[in-house]
Design a protein around this ligand. Structure first.
Ligand SMILES: Cc1ncc(COP(=O)(O)O)c(C=O)c1O
Length: 383
């Protein structure tokens, strides 16, 4: 794949290697948002049909990305926490059962389980990484599989760790979860869109993604997949559009007991959002066109040599097989000053994130090898 910078409005002088924080908006996604905003100048232009038509297209585009055969398994949500709280509300668990999470997981995928545990008497077990850095990712995966035991009822985690990109082997986790009768809930916010994800292979019960990072969408819209097991569940809120035949605006007060099919009962109120939905749709079309596999290869191609340099200079980066190429952590040799590194990075107009004592780097197809090399120099000059 060629560099895709021209599709974005990023300033040339600065290097934005921070998609895990939030993606920059593509020009065409911005245009779709402006068009959506303009539409409401004159509501005459918004028909009843418009409340449904683009949502259908959006669900289909996401289903295509994750290889879900039925787009009615997809729900439009406002945030990852909304989808994860929906999942937590609809999984039966009792006293003494356990919920397996990953150490220092993102809070939106921890608080719903803490609440569920507090309400039911279930326990939470957080799987820690090993202390040693050699083959850390592999050993962490082994620990994770060993932690899923009879009595585990929920495994809730990401495909990669949000802070340092450690990759978890979800097919193996899914298999182990099914063996012990646990539900698998995946927060795909830091991976889906940039890392291939296949519903048919992982077979998760729930997959939740905020849209503003690797799905390249705007803030406050996301997408979730719910398996058939959730078809009779209770949504977080009750709204008119999620009920059966809501398409018939004349019959809305013939209140319906039943919901729209599949996962549609879990959609947020006003999910037809005439600004955010067209933006998210445009973004996902482009992501599908690029293809997550190609995004991985592109990120690999611009970072591979620089990472070798960093390792030679004494930095630590996870083995390639156990991290994302789109998201990885860099740890510095002991004695390095984090403040000095931060200062150098910022002087060179590079945007990355710092999480704990490591740097989180998250490139995308708008970055170049020269930008990554600039970051490598900023680090090697200051450690
Ligand atoms: C792994 C992960 N999940 C979710 C989110 C966002 O959560 P929410 O949509 O609940 O704000 C983030 C944001 O950084 C994240 O890194």
């Amino acid at each position: 794949m060629k560099n895709q910078r021209s599709k974005f409005s990023l300033p040339l002088a600065s290097a934005y290697i921070n998609c895990a924080y939030m993606s920059p908006l593509m020009k065409k996604v911005e245009r779709a948002g402006l068009e959506g905003m303009r539409k409401k100048r004159n509501p005459f232009a918004i028909s009843h049909h418009d409340f449904f038509s683009e949502s259908v297209l959006l669900r289909r585009e996401f289903a295509k990305l994750i290889n879900a055969p039925d787009s009615q398994r997809v729900a439009i949500i406002p945030s990852a926490s909304y989808g994860l709280s929906t999942a937590a509300r609809n999984i039966k668990i009792g006293k003494g059962d356990s919920i397996v999470l990953i150490h220092e997981q993102f809070p939106s995928n921890v608080y719903p389980w803490q609440r569920l545990a507090a309400e039911t008497g279930a326990t939470i077990s957080m799987v820690k990484p090993p202390d040693l850095f050699e083959h850390r990712g592999k050993a962490w995966n082994t620990r994770l599989l060993e932690s899923i035991v009879p009595g585990t009822k929920i495994v809730a985690m990401g495909n990669v760790h949000w802070a340092d990109g450690t990759r978890f082997e979800l097919e193996a986790v899914g298999k182990r979860a099914r063996e012990v009768g646990a539900k698998l809930v995946i927060d795909g916010t830091q991976s889906v869109g940039a890392l291939p994800f296949d519903i048919a292979k992982v077979k998760p019960d729930v997959l939740v993604c905020a849209g503003y990072k690797w799905l390249m969408g705007p803030y406050s819209i996301g997408l979730a997949y719910f398996s058939e097991d959730f078809d009779e569940g209770i949504p977080l809120e009750e709204n008119w559009i999620n009920r059966l035949v809501s398409e018939d605006f004349t019959g809305l007060v013939q209140y319906k007991a039943n919901y729209q099919p599949g996962a549609l009962r879990y959609e947020v109120g006003e999910h037809s959002n005439f600004i955010l939905v067209p933006m998210m749709l445009e973004a996902l079309r482009q992501v599908n066109q690029w293809g997550p596999e190609n995004i991985q290869s592109y990120c690999h191609s611009i970072t591979e040599k620089g990472i070798e340099k960093l390792r030679k200079a004494g930095c630590w980066v996870e083995d390639s097989a156990f991290r994302g190429h789109h998201l990885f952590g860099i740890r510095f040799p002991s004695g390095s000053s984090l403040d000095k590194i931060k200062d150098r990075v910022s002087k060179k107009k590079i945007s990355v994130s710092f999480r704990g004592d490591s740097m989180r780097v998250s490139p995308h197809v708008y970055n170049t090898m020269a930008e990554f090399n600039r970051l490598v120099s900023a680090i090697t000059e200051s450690i």
